[in-house]
Each structure stands twice: as C-alpha cells, then as structure tokens.
Design a binder for this molecule. Structure first.
Ligand code: DAH
Length: 341
C-alpha cells in the first residue's frame, strides 16, 4: 500500500507539472482526489489493514493528498500568472506611435454665408421661417399672381408630382410669403431660407436644386426707399462697407414695381472682367413692392398696408462672399474644397 501511495503521488506530481491548462489540472484533480479517484480507492482498502498499521498508513495517505493538493494549487497559480504575462505582452501599448488625428467637421461655406444673412436680419427684428419644399402650385404660383399660362408654370421648368400640376417641388421660396401672410397678422418681418428646384442642367452657374433666401416686410407706410435701404445695409454687412449696388427695373408677377439688384463686381470694380462676364456688375436678387393683388388674396387691405419682398440666390451670395468660381464646388463635398473655410 505504501508503494501504491508513493506511485500515486509521483505520477500525480509529474502530470501536474506538465498540465498546460486549468481544465487539464481539474481533470487531474478529479482523477487523483475525486470520489472515484485513485487515492479514494486506496483509502477504501484501509479496512483490510491491522489496527497497528492503520494510523501510519492514514497519515501517509493524508500527506499524499496534501502534497497533490498543494501541487495543484501551485500549478494553478503558475498557469494564471503565465496567462496574465502573455496577455500583458500581447496588449502592450506603444505610447510612442503617433495618434490618429480626429477630423473635426466645419460649416459649409454656403451655411456660413446663410448664418451671416440670418444675423443681419435677426438684428433688424426679422423672424426666420422654414417651409415645405413639396409645395402647392396654389402657393408657388396662383397666390403670387402667376396665373394659369404663366411661363414659369411650364412643365419644362417645374417638377410636378401630379398630372394636374397641383403639387410640385417649389421653384422659389416666394410661396413662404403667402404662408407668412396666412399665418401671421401684419406688421410682418420675415426671412425664409431654403431649397428650391428647377429643371436646369448642371453647369458652372446652374443646378436643378439650389437655395434661396426670401425676405418680406409688411407694415404701414412702407416704401421702395425702405427696400433699398435695407438691402444696401445687408450688402455692406456681407461684403464690406462701401460695396456699390444698383437697382434695375424688372418684372415679377407678385411685385409692382419690380427690380433686380446688382452688386458691383468685386474682381474688377465695375470695369468688366471674366467674373462678371464683362458687365462690371453681378446680379444678386430680385425684389419689389408687393403687388396689391397678392396682399388682397391673403386678406390684407392694400389701402392700409404695403410691403416689399426680395428673393436672393444663396449659392451666388456665398460664391461672391468667398470668391468661389464654380457652383458645382458648393455641392460636390470635396474635402479639399471644404477644408478651406
Ligand atoms: N422668386 C423670384 C425668383 O425666384 C425672386 C424674387 C423676386 C423674390 C422678387 C421676391 C421678389 O420676393 O419680390 O426669381
């Protein structure tokens, strides 16, 4: 029995020393010390020993058990330490490697220009309105005095959703004038920026989607002088003091009189160059005194109230503000372009 115990101990200790994983150790523990293990099997034979032999053999069996338990415990700790060491090695952080730069976003040049425009008008007491891009032809045309047959209603210019030409992508932000008149009582001071859509081919100055900012004032005793004064002030704040403008007569169905406002070319100072196509001036917006019929259709008495309105192209404004030569740059989202602002 003594030899058997010594053999169990020797075999167990050598197997434990070779065990490569916690699972292997557990298997050994069960095999040596478990209920059906080798040591237990020996202890069951103790009954056969004489009472004199028993204490010494019992003591020996306990020593063997303790030795195996201790070896298991030590091996377990060693394995654990090795695993930790391996993990630390594998997960070493090299703090000398240069970090990956975080790319911060920035505002799009067109929205920088829009923010400036908003600031200018908010500073003069205007509210900023937002409205639908899918619009009723009633608001985009009829209520703006552009009746059936008006050339701008043509299918070749406008994106319609239905065969009756009643629902469309707005071709201008001017329907926001109607929405403002319907939802507010005069005096009214609003600007309404947003996207508009027309069937244009893409080139350096055209896009089927672009942005406008609509502006409108309705009050008592409002005149064309207020319109010119306000727009001149906006232009000076946007482009710098002393920027020269001119107002040319024009026609829009919803204003009378109507005009277009040009800004003197920033490149040539009015002499004529490639940027202004030899004109010396760059067209910036359409404007005018709100047509009495437009006020009437909104239930506003033109004998009491008068108003002016304007609609400006936002891309064009930003292009002039940041001296951008090609409209397509605004929409392409090329980082090399956008990073410059
Ligand atoms: N909606 C016009 C356009 O897209 C621009 C315009 C002209 C707006 C005169 C106005 C205005 O508010 O009074 O060409």
């Amino acid at each position: 029995m003594k030899e058997q115990l010594a053999k169990i101990q020797a075999e167990a200790l050598s197997a434990i020393a070779q065990a490569a994983s916690p699972a292997a150790l557990e298997e050994l523990r069960v095999r040596c010390l478990g209920k059906k293990g080798e040591l237990t099997a020996i202890l069951k034979q103790m009954g056969r020993l004489s009472p004199q032999e028993r204490p010494a053999m019992g003591q020996l069996a306990n020593d063997v058990r303790a030795a195996i338990e201790e070896a298991l415990e030590r091996a377990k700790k060693d394995l654990h330490a090795k695993a930790l060491e391996a993990r630390l090695q594998a997960e070493t952080v090299d703090v000398t490697i240069p970090g990956r730069a975080v790319e911060t976003g920035r505002r799009h040049p067109m929205y920088i220009a829009l923010d400036e425009i908003k600031d200018i008008f908010v500073g003069m007491g205007f509210d900023i309105l937002d409205g639908p891009e899918v619009e009723l032809a009633e608001y985009n045309f009829d209520r703006l005095n552009a009746e059936e047959g008006h050339p701008s209603r043509d299918w070749s210019d406008t994106f319609y959703f239905d065969a009756d030409s009643r629902v469309m992508l707005r071709s201008q932000t001017s329907p926001m004038q109607v929405r403002a008149m319907d939802s507010r009582k005069p005096p009214i001071r609003i600007i309404a920026p947003g996207r508009v859509y027309r069937k244009d081919e893409v080139d350096a100055t055209h896009s089927p989607m672009f942005h406008q900012v609509e502006g409108m004032v309705i009050d008592k005793g409002v005149t064309m002088a207020d319109l010119k004064g306000t727009l001149n002030m906006m232009v000076e704040q946007l482009y710098g003091k002393g920027t020269v403008t001119r107002f040319r007569p024009h026609h829009f169905p919803f204003t009378e009189p109507s005009c277009e406002m040009d800004v003197q070319c920033h490149k040539c100072g009015g002499a004529g160059c490639a940027t202004c196509k030899g004109e010396g001036w760059i067209e910036l917006l359409g404007a005018g005194m709100i047509h009495p019929r437009v006020l009437e259709m909104a239930g506003i008495d033109p004998e009491v109230w008068s108003g002016w309105a304007f609609g400006m192209g936002l891309e064009r404004t930003a292009m002039r503000r940041f001296r951008i030569a090609d409209l397509r740059l605004i929409f392409e989202n090329d980082m090399r372009f956008l990073e410059q602002f």
